[in-house]
Design a protein around this ligand. Structure first.
Ligand code: TYD
Length: 150
């Protein structure tokens, strides 16, 4: 089922509409127009100390759109084979993260706000919180030998 596997190639920046105005800019998100999944939950990270790291997990079934609503941070994505860094620093960019992609959110600027649109409710059993376990699951999915033992 390699064809259906989700990976870095499926991760992308979605540019959200922007109504620029000297009184302040406006961005909107319409569920069925701008987001490639049904939005089931919204959460946000705030009061993150500068330089702090969040994330450090992957999801079996959850898809997300990650937005730097204010400030800036970097999202490091890893599909079990390779990594890519997406710097987020605009309120009108959303980073789409499909299932089975490990994410670390790093280098938060102080005062930044990270808003996440999510396709499912919070389910702890949906998380991979151990990176080795995640990589092993990706390789098993793809019929590849597991990572070499240290
Ligand atoms: P976690 O997803 O690990 O945070 P992050 O990836 O942003 O660093 O969640 C941290 C804690 O918050 C964990 O105990 C679960 C809880 N939590 C909820 O109860 N509901 C939610 O929607 C989220 C995202 C987390």
């Amino acid at each position: 089922m390699l064809a259906a596997a989700m990976g870095l190639a499926d991760c992308r920046i979605i540019e959200l509409p922007r109504i620029t105005d000297p009184r302040g800019n406006l961005t909107f998100i319409e569920a069925h127009r701008h987001v490639p999944f049904e939005i089931e939950r919204v959460y946000y990270l705030y009061d993150v100390p500068g330089g702090e790291t969040r994330g450090g997990h992957a999801h079996r079934r959850l898809e997300q759109l990650i937005i730097a609503m204010s400030g800036a941070f970097d999202v490091v994505l890893d599909d079990g084979y390779e990594q890519q860094v997406f710097p987020l620093n605009r309120s009108y960019y959303g980073l789409y993260v499909p299932t089975m992609v490990w994410r670390e959110l790093v280098n938060f600027s102080s005062g930044s706000v990270c808003t996440v649109l999510a396709s499912r409710p919070y389910e702890e059993e949906d998380y991979y919180r151990d990176h080795d376990e995640f990589v092993a699951a990706v390789r098993a999915r793809d019929g590849m030998p597991g990572p070499a033992a240290p």
